[in-house]
Design a protein around this ligand. Sequence first.
Ligand SMILES: [Ca+2]
Length: 105
Amino acid sequence: MANKPDERDQDILLSTAVAAFENLSEDEFGYVYSDFLSMDGDGSGKLSRKEVVDFLVTDSGCSEADVTEYMKQYDKDNDNSITLIEFLMASGYSRTQEMREEIAP
Ligand SMILES: [Ca+2]
């Protein structure tokens, strides 16, 4: 349907994310999003536990226990993967009040 789905999706994503987080600028979103994309090895749009392991253990020298702690803390919906929203929270950004109501903590 859309001619350029990727670009359009990204625009929507950007405006949604910037609106959903209190202290997130477009530039900052760009940095966080590019980190997220580089961690999302299979391009599924979310980070599996394995992708978190690849990043935290393989690249950053953390332990498996750190990964378990990371998942426990940031996998808010317990689906064993980290979405972009969850990743933004993990990166220290706070959701606006409306977003908190929309996505339970
Ligand atoms: Ca999740």
